[in-house]
Design a protein around this ligand. Structure first.
Ligand code: NDP
Length: 283
């Protein structure tokens, strides 16, 4: 019988530890603070913002929302962003992307202080170099947290990651490599995708294709983590894995929704607390 890897269980376990660390910081006079910078009001951003704010408040992290007009000009945006970036009481920044087309996203990325945001190129480089002081993209780290929580040791295991984006597939592959897994990364040009997936002891699906991982692509007793968030033909949320068909073959599997996606705001909170702790140590 397969174990269902529930995001909420992972997030709850992380919460206890984060509350403890946050309380300790507060005793030292430091309140961890996240600034959420949003341009315009896309429904997806607003929904994630609500979840993130709730999670931060649950842990005792201050959450400031910086809301900017959809048509804000580059210079004005940079000024507003710099204010948050340079504010020593802000330990982490969540900037919703993609930014509206008229704003230069690369310029902004380069501006972000690496100690405040995981999308800074400095952090990506650190993740790829195996330097643990770098902040990894939250979704990639959420998969690692999930596997850790369920006691799944990746050492020496054959792990296949389907997807090679810079937000999920590639950084996740590097993080698991650092933990001594043997990694194969698949993408749209992969030949024999089904076979490569089937041979994996741990399979991570992060392709963004509804139910593309079918039961013939999964080996017996495999661990399957599903990162995909898609809408199926009936308009329901689903992952990249055909859950009902695949689940009986697995030893562990994560659902969509209520799987990996439920852990990302906890990882964000972990980054903010960690940034605040580093700042407190340097004072
Ligand atoms: P991207 O579209 O940036 O990347 C998708 C990757 O999957 C690409 O590398 C692509 O290959 C590969 N791919 C797509 N189709 C196939 C296929 N049929 N066979 C093999 N490989 C394929 O997506 P993201 O990485 O941003 O996101 C992936 C999924 O994760 C999405 O469903 C997204 O919604 C979800 N997601 C979930 C988050 C969460 O909080 N749970 C957060 C971020 C993303 P190629 O490079 O060749 O094009």
């Amino acid at each position: 019988m397969s174990v269902l890897m529930k995001g909420a269980d992972v997030a709850n376990a992380m919460k206890e530890e984060l509350i403890e660390k946050t309380n300790h910081l507060k005793e030292q006079g430091v309140t961890p603070c996240l600034a959420i910078v949003r341009v315009g009001s896309r429904p997806d951003d607003l929904s994630y913002e609500r979840g993130a704010k709730k999670r931060m408040e649950m842990i005792g992290i201050e959450c400031r929302i910086v809301e900017l007009a959809e048509d804000i000009e580059q210079k004005e945006f940079e000024r507003a962003f710099e204010k948050v970036n340079d504010d020593p009481s802000v330990h982490g920044i969540l900037l919703f992307r993609p930014l509206p087309g008229h704003l230069d996203e690369e310029a902004i990325k380069a501006m972000i202080r690496p100690e405040k945001d995981c999308m800074s190129p400095v952090n990506i480089a650190k993740v790829f170099a195996g330097d643990e002081t770098g902040y990894a993209p939250c979704t990639a780290e959420a998969v690692v947290e999930m596997l850790d929580h369920y006691g799944i040791d990746v050492t020496g295991k054959r792990v296949t990651v389907v997807g090679r984006s810079m937000v999920v597939g590639k950084p996740l592959a590097m993080m698991l490599l650092k933990k001594h897994a043997t990694i194969t990364v698949c993408h749209t040009r992969t030949v024999e995708l089904a076979k490569t997936c089937r041979e994996a002891e741990i399979l991570v699906a992060a392709a963004g294709k509804a139910k593309m991982i079918t039961s013939d692509m999964v080996g017996d007793d495999a661990v399957v983590a599903d990162v995909g968030i898609n809408v199926d033909e009936s308009g329901n949320l689903c992952g990249d894995v055909d859950f009902d068909a695949v689940e009986p073959k697995t030893s562990y599997i994560s659902p969509v929704p209520r799987g990996v996606g439920s852990i990302t705001t906890s990882v964000l909170a972990k980054h903010v607390v960690c940034a605040a702790m580093r700042q407190a140590e340097n004072e």
